[in-house]
Ligand binder design. Structure first.
Ligand SMILES: O=C(O)c1cc(C(=O)O)c2c(n1)C(=O)C(=O)c1cc(C(=O)O)[nH]c1-2
Ligand SMILES: [Ca+2]
Length: 566
């Protein structure tokens, strides 16, 4: 079976991909260099596999490869085991979702996790399932939360020291964000860590510690339905033995309902929504927090992946590119702010970031309070980035070789306004309206190579449609990324020059991987347009409504005889 040591070495071992992120640090970097800048043009398809049915919605998964089998999840909470040599199906599992599930942003699933003889994945009805790797038989199935209250699940689980660690989704329904750890063998809960102040964590079935201080940064009872969904899963920094989870938007979106009126210092910050939390994997206790958007009011979820790396000065850091448009470097020991830069162009909501990492707000760019207007609709503001973010869920990659981060971003804005809202269990809890708009005629998507030490953009690749897929980089000097237009592309990691592309037949919102088999290097990515853009993208959704849906995984290889060819 797969051990903790195997997971710890996943970033270095090139013959398998056992974890989300190609290593629990989520660098999405492969030391493989069989495919390089010169020969990448000879990359050809090896096989493709269809997920079948009418269920062709967004395919956001990262595949895994282990012991001759590819494991890949698909929309509507399905999981496939495929012979990695031939592309033939070995088994499939369909979670058969109940009526009435409430995912905010398409029926996506971002991937699975392998440990022991099991594979684990979460389903849209907020359950976590353990399946036998060889047969696909269910070993156990546990409830993360009640889907009827608006909870769902879309992320890849994280495995650390025999624990299956999951977050939750539902920030648009007034749920409470939480991280849970289960015994991988039995599925029994070991600890829970709610992320909103005032809620009680548990350890082995007993109350552990309260998160924060009751009513310190939330007015009245608003903490009870405060959001902060931990919907993108976490990373693990082995050097400091810390699990890092981001937390989503506070609920409701209307930030006037979460405002101060509270004399205790950090009034109305709404901790720990729109934050990053460093957790102790053994107990779920919070070691540190860093809030990117206090009293968030534009739907800037703070869930983005936190990636441990070593910077140009040899210091151990974390990097994270927030939905709010700023790229942050944090200290690895305590999560303290080190430096930041805007990574999209026309940020309106903040003038910048102060020396403590706190945004310097443009208060006039906060959507207005309905109570200061006609009581029904507050003042409309045009804000950028749009609520879908300078960067949404799609993960960046880091190359220790170039030292750069490759950040998939989008340049767009929105009209946004607030409305009154009261909480009703299982109903949308926004108190806001919005229309997303492009900022430039020729592009929305922008892949940026960012130097995390000098804080400069080294190169940029502009894409017409918004980017919605993950990025991967390799020691061969390459960056791989898919586009909604359907291409998987390879770029020169130093210059951004496009070196190869292949049309997969539907938009790519998946996450590429690479591995080595019989001395040849392979690349795989899922294809199938979807996710939040077609559902929530306003004028941008109209602009890209010609894109076709799909549902497949594509596998490419560099044939041995073409590895040295010009
Ligand atoms: O607050 C939440 O619980 C939550 C969950 C999810 C999700 O689980 O997919 C998304 C969002 N928020 C969100 O704000 C968002 O823009 C988004 C985009 C996507 C996607 O897969 O395209 N999911 C989500
Ligand atoms: Ca959200």
């Amino acid at each position: 079976g797969v051990t903790e040591e195997d997971l710890a070495r996943d970033a270095e071992v090139t013959t398998s991909v056992l974890t989300n992120g190609m290593g629990r640090g989520l660098q999405r970097y492969s030391p493989l260099e069989i495919i390089n800048k010169k020969n990448v043009k000879n990359l050809v398809p090896a096989w493709a596999f269809s997920f079948g049915g009418e269920k062709q919605r967004g395919q956001e998964a990262q595949p895994l490869v282990h012991d001759g089998i590819m494991y890949v999840t698909a929309s509507y909470s399905r999981l496939y085991a495929i012979d990695v040599k031939t592309g033939e199906e070995i088994w499939q599992y369909d979670a058969r979702l109940p009526e009435g599930i409430l995912p905010c942003c398409d029926v996506v699933n971002r991937g699975a996790a392998i440990y022991g003889d099991n594979i684990y994945f979460g389903t849209l009805d907020a359950k976590i399932v353990a399946l036998d790797l060889k047969t696909g038989k269910v070993k156990w199935r546990k409830t993360i939360a009640n889907y009827k209250e608006g909870y769902s699940y879309t992320a890849a689980p994280l495995i650390v020291k025999g624990l299956v660690i999951t977050g939750n989704s539902g920030g648009e329904f007034g749920i409470v964000g939480e991280v849970q750890a289960r015994d991988a063998e039995t599925g029994e809960l070991v600890w829970t860590r709610p992320v909103i102040e005032g809620h009680m964590g548990t350890y082995k079935g007993k109350p552990s510690t309260m998160t924060g201080t009751l009513n310190a940064t939330w007015p009245g009872d608003m903490w009870k339905t405060g959001g902060g969904a931990t919907w993108l899963g976490g990373s693990y920094d082995a050097d400091t033995d810390t699990i890092v989870f981001g937390t989503g938007n506070p609920a409701p979106w209307n930030s006037w309902l979460r405002a101060a009126g509270n004399p205790k210092g950090t009034e109305g910050d709404n901790l720990y929504a729109a934050s990053r939390l460093g957790l102790d994997p053994a107990t779920g206790e919070i070691k540190w927090h860093f809030q990117t958007t206090p009293r968030e009011g534009w739907d800037y979820d703070g869930v983005n992946e936190v990636v441990p790396f070593v910077d140009g000065e040899g210091k151990k850091r974390f990097a994270t590119a927030d939905r709010n448009g700023f790229f942050y470097v944090l200290n690895r020991e305590d999560g303290k702010y080190v430096r930041s830069m805007p990574f999209v162009k026309d940020i309106t909501w903040a003038k910048g970031i102060d020396e403590n990492g706190r945004p310097i707000f443009n208060e006039e760019n906060r959507p207005g309070n309905p109570l200061e207007a006609d009581g029904k609709k507050g003042e409309v503001v045009f804000a950028a980035p749009s609520f879908l973010g300078g960067k949404n869920w799609m993960p960046m990659a880091h190359s220790p070789k170039t030292g750069l981060f490759y950040v998939p971003s989008n340049e767009w804005g929105m009209d946004i306004w607030n409305e009154p809202i009261t909480y009703k269990k299982g109903a949308a809890y926004l108190g806001a309206g919005f229309t997303i708009k492009p900022l430039y005629d020729d592009h929305i998507g922008s892949l940026k190579a960012i130097d995390p030490t000098s804080m400069k953009v080294v190169w940029e690749y502009k894409n017409n449609a918004p980017l919605w897929g993950g990025v991967m980089t390799t020691a061969g000097g390459l960056v791989f990324m898919g586009t909604p237009e359907g291409y998987l592309k390879a770029f020169d990691a130093d210059t951004g020059e496009e070196l190869w592309k292949f049309q997969t037949g539907s938009g790519i919102v998946g996450q590429p991987i690479t591995w080595e088999m019989d001395g040849e290097q392979y690349v795989a990515v899922t294809s199938g347009w979807g996710g939040a853009v077609p559902l929530w993208g306003g004028e941008v959704a109209k602009k890209v409504n010609y894109l076709n849906q799909g549902g497949s995984v594509w596998v490419f290889k560099l044939p041995r005889q073409l590895a040295s060819a010009d």
